[in-house]
Ligand binder design. Structure first.
Ligand code: AMP
Length: 399
């Protein structure tokens, strides 16, 4: 059974075709600059060569039409006809409180996703456009919505409520939702599997450190806390996002710099985090790491501030779960950044009985423990695979 996984952004669309039975990737690609001049589609069939084609895409329906053409192309395609695509799994950013798990899409589900648009104005409308475009071009093919927020719906009220007037929760559902849920679920389950332990018996902390970064506490197979909040701005320091700040800074900066609230939000989302802290050196950890190794003071302080924040969150989740068995690192930096992992583990996690195995810490590309066998808490690197997780959920609901 072949499943097309679609991750639709406002001007881009990532796709993967996955054989759900063997879990093999059949083809993948991305459409970029949708609706903008210079649109292009990159398509790579597994085992074949990557093709990049610059071609106009006025909207997401055009983009999906090009994806389907590429997948069924006589020469470079991977299926003979669209009938070989059995289901579509859509990544949906915000499911609000309505969705605690993936669900087959019907009119009612579409309306419920639309109701969450307010909570993710940049993402949910684009996700909906992707669903509608697929429905138009692939009528009758079952579609599944897999939500970034769903895994975190098991959080208890004490973890998801803010210290704000209760009426904001009642009227507008202002609360912590959390994001990257598909990744946190996949990585925590995979860690238990790799260790040969029962998922329901473990206390796991997952550090998803990418351009967007979040951390979660998973106790006995259920998420009990996570660092992102109403929106993906809260929590860790990220590539360009500030993470936690004193909310009073917003008014202070607005007055000092003569900025509107919207402009301040833009600063917090796009000009802060590692980019801002490094004094605009870069939002990319590879650049920061290179500068760190060259002795650049701002880069050193940026790395240390980033690592310190992660370590503080780990500490708070150890408290939330009254212990921890496994700490997992995943996503771009978590999987590929031995320096970040070392700064966190060596400087702050000794109290958990952690000894880093520096040789293992230098490896990459597969699931592995990076602590010595006598460490009381195991630290692991688990490459995330959100697309495979979406394909699995879609398969479960449509097979
Ligand atoms: P993601 O959002 O998960 O794709 O992660 C993207 C980030 O991962 C990039 O901005 C880089 O900073 C970081 N990254 C990717 N590869 C490496 C690497 N080899 N070493 C350090 N950081 C990396």
């Amino acid at each position: 059974m072949n499943i097309l996984v679609i991750n639709c952004g406002s001007s881009s669309l990532k796709f993967q075709l996955i054989d759900a039975e063997t879990e093999k990737l059949i083809a993948k690609g991305i459409c970029e600059r949708i609706g903008i001049e210079g649109s292009l589609i990159a398509y790579t069939p597994t085992g074949g060569t990557k093709e990049e084609t610059v071609t106009p895409m006025a909207n997401h329906t055009d983009a999906i039409r090009l994806v389907l053409d590429a997948l069924t192309n006589e020469k470079t395609g991977v299926v003979k006809s669209l009938s070989e695509i059995n289901a579509v799994g859509h990544r949906i950013v915000h499911g609000g409180e309505k969705f605690a798990s993936a669900t087959v899409i019907d009119d009612e589900v579409l309306a419920a996703i639309e109701e969450c648009n307010d909570l993710a104005p940049l993402h949910n409308p684009a996700n909906l456009i992707g669903i509608r475009a697929c429905q138009e071009l692939m009528p009758g093919v079952p579609m599944v919505a897999v939500f970034d927020t769903a895994f975190h719906q098991t959080m208890p009220e004490r973890a998801y409520m803010y210290g704000l007037p209760y009426e904001y929760y009642e009227k507008y559902k202002v609360r912590r939702y959390g994001f990257h849920g598909t990744s946190h679920a996949y990585v925590s389950k995979r860690a238990a599997e790799v260790l040969g332990k029962n998922y329901e018996d473990l206390k796991i902390i997952v550090c998803h450190l990418g351009n967007g970064a979040s951390i979660s506490a998973v106790k006995n197979g259920k998420c009990v806390d996570t660092s992102m909040g109403l929106t993906p701005l809260e929590g860790l320091i990220m590539g360009t996002r500030s993470g936690d700040i004193d909310p009073a800074i917003m008014e202070f900066i607005a007055k000092k710099e003569d900025l509107t609230l919207e402009q301040v939000m833009n600063v917090l989302n796009k000009k802060s985090g590692v980019l801002g802290l490094s004094n605009n050196l870069s939002s990319d950890f590879r650049d920061i790491e290179n500068a760190y190794n060259a002795g650049d003071e701002r880069a050193i302080n940026t790395m240390e501030t980033f690592a310190y924040r992660v370590a503080k969150y780990i500490g708070s989740y150890v408290a939330a779960m009254n212990g921890v068995d496994v700490i997992c690192f995943t996503a771009g930096v978590g999987e590929n950044g031995p320096l970040v992992r070392r700064l966190i583990c060596d400087n702050y996690l000794g109290y958990l009985g952690i000894t880093l195995d520096e040789e293992a810490n230098q490896k990459r590309g597969f699931d592995l423990a990076i602590t010595t066998p006598d460490s009381k808490t195991t630290v692991m690197v688990i490459p995330t695979n959100e697309e495979l997780a979406i394909a699995r959920e879609t398969y479960c609901l449509t097979k």
